[in-house]
Structure formats: structure tokens, C-alpha cells
Design a protein around this ligand. Structure first.
Ligand code: ADP
Ligand code: ADP
Length: 230
């Protein structure tokens, strides 16, 4: 479903330019659960920004579910981003004045769903992450692990094709990190395709596949041996 071919992303500063993605090709099929690893500066965020339709390649091709993303206008890019992709961030990115239910409803409000449908689907997503009984709390009234579960509910509420997470456990203790990985495994078992950046080998051990970057190149791409199932 995700096909990246000969992808180059170049950044310039003054006269200098270098490739943050240095001619990479990558295919990720439906139902995969992939960890993206590599040292700081190796191109992980750049790849995620491209896959998430937040940024464009300088050359090469990106196709998502048969749609040629590399040929799209900015407007089409924004549309496919809202429709096809759910995002989870390290810093949760919840809106502090809204309660949990309202935070999860937000992507559906943007997509134009009426209130009643939004409420029902947001509740369903919150129940899926085990927070059906916390819906009127504000983000500052729950723990970090719970905040990330709210963020996952928000990311899945529109039934995206791909769930993309950038260091989703980076701000969490070990116990909460494992809870988050359990939820990702459950979602993946139900058919969600998940792509996740992580620095932590222990966390990657819960995924099915690891793609490692160095200096804008893919240096390893393998199935996880002795995968941890939760
Ligand atoms: P991480 O390593 O946690 O992925 P970084 O600190 O490398 O994050 O980058 C954070 C954000 O800043 C990224 O979205 C990236 O695009 C941007 N960024 C990183 N390096 C530069 C740079 N040299 N100039 C401008 N923006 C940058
Ligand atoms: P990672 O996520 O693996 O830490 P990034 O994709 O953020 O790596 O960055 C790859 C390289 O590109 C780094 O050297 C970073 O400084 C540079 N970079 C990222 N974003 C920008 C930007 N907007 N402008 C200039 N350089 C950038």
C-alpha cells in the first residue's frame, strides 16, 4: 500500500546542500507493523513527514494506496492526510481546554461529521483504548500514559489506512510504554497498518519489522526475531 521509489529529500543551507533521504526505496504492505530506527539526524522524521503527506520529496515517487502522492497539489495532500493517516506524537499534542471526548472528536469535526455521529465514534475509540470512563476529564487531569491513549483514540477515530507514530513512548515510563505497545498490537491484529519511529530496541521488539536508517540511507530491513507479543 505504501510504495516509495528512489526517494531523495534535499535540505539546503546557504551554498551547502545534503540529502536527508539519499535515494531510498521502501514498500510497506497493509497490516504491517514497522519500526523505523536509527541515530538522531539519520532521516527518520524526514521519512515520516513524507509518508504522512506533510512534506514532499525533491525527486522519486511516493504512492499511498495506489494514489500518486508525489503528483498531488497541496490541497489534495491535505485531503489525503486527513482521510488516510492518523498521527501520534511523542508530546501527545492534546488541546488543554477541551475534555478528552472533545479532543478525540476533533478530527471528525474537521471532516464534517454531525455532532451525534462524532460523539458515538469518539466514545467507541476511547473504549478501544480503555478510557471510556474518563471522557469528561481534561488532559491535565490524567497521566502521561493515559494522554497517549487519548492521542491514539484521536488518531484512529476517522478509520485511517495508516497509523503513524513518532516516538510514541519517548515521554513515558516503561509500564505505560508497554500499555501503548499492547494497544498498537491490538490495533494491528485488527488490521491497522502501523509505522512507528523509536530509539528504543526494546520497543521495536514489539513490532513485526525494523527498518534502520543511517545518514539518509536504509542500512537494515528485517523481520523482528523473537517478537514480544503482549
Ligand atoms: P528528532 O531527531 O527528534 O526527530 P530533530 O530535533 O532532528 O527531531 O528535528 C525536529 C524538527 O526540526 C524536525 O521536524 C526537522 O524537520 C526540523 N529540523 C531538524 N534539523 C533542522 C535544521 N538543521 N534546520 C531546520 N529544521 C530542522
Ligand atoms: P531524525 O528524525 O532521524 O533525527 P531528521 O529527518 O529529523 O532525522 O533529520 C535528518 C537530517 O536532516 C538532519 O541532519 C537534520 O538536521 C536535517 N534536517 C531536518 N529537517 C531539516 C530542515 N527543515 N532544514 C534543514 N535541515 C533539516
Amino acid at each position: 500500500m505504501i510504495v516509495v521509489t528512489d526517494a531523495i529529500k534535499t535540505y539546503r543551507s546557504g551554498d551547502e546542500s545534503f540529502n536527508a533521504l539519499n535515494n531510498i526505496s521502501l514498500q510497506i504492505n497493509k497490516g504491517e507493523f514497522t519500526a523505523i530506527m536509527g541515530p538522531s539526524g539519520s532521516g527518520k522524521s524526514t521519512l515520516m513527514n513524507v509518508l504522512g503527506c506533510l512534506d514532499r520529496l525533491n525527486s522519486g515517487e511516493y504512492t499511498l494506496n495506489g494514489k500518486q502522492v508525489f503528483k498531488m497539489s497541496d490541497e489534495e495532500l491535505a485531503h489525503i492526510r486527513n482521510k488516510e493517516i492518523g498521527f501520534v506524537f511523542q508530546a501527545f499534542n492534546l488541546l488543554p481546554r477541551m475534555n478528552i471526548l472533545e479532543n478525540v472528536e476533533l478530527p471528525m469535526a474537521y471532516a464534517g461529521f454531525p455532532l451525534k455521529a462524532r460523539r458515538a465514534k469518539a466514545l467507541e475509540a476511547l473504549e478501544k483504548v480503555g478510557l471510556g470512563d474518563r471522557i469528561t476529564h481534561k488532559p491535565n487531569e490524567i497521566s502521561g500514559g493515559q494522554k497517549q491513549r487519548v492521542a491514539i483514540a484521536r488518531a484512529i477515530v476517522n478509520n485511517p489506512n495508516v497509523l503513524m507514530a513518532d516516538e510514541p513512548t519517548g515521554n513515558l515510563d516503561s509500564k505505560s510504554s508497554i500499555e501503548i505497545m499492547r494497544i498498537f498490537q491490538d490495533l494491528n491484529n485488527e488490521g491497522s497498518t502501523i509505522i512507528m519511529v523509536t530509539h528504543e530496541p526494546d520497543i521495536a521488539q514489539h513490532c513485526k519489522r525494523v527498518v534502520s536508517f543511517r545518514d539518509g540511507n536504509i542500512v537494515e530491513d528485517s523481520l523482528v526475531k523473537d517478537r514480544i507479543l503482549l
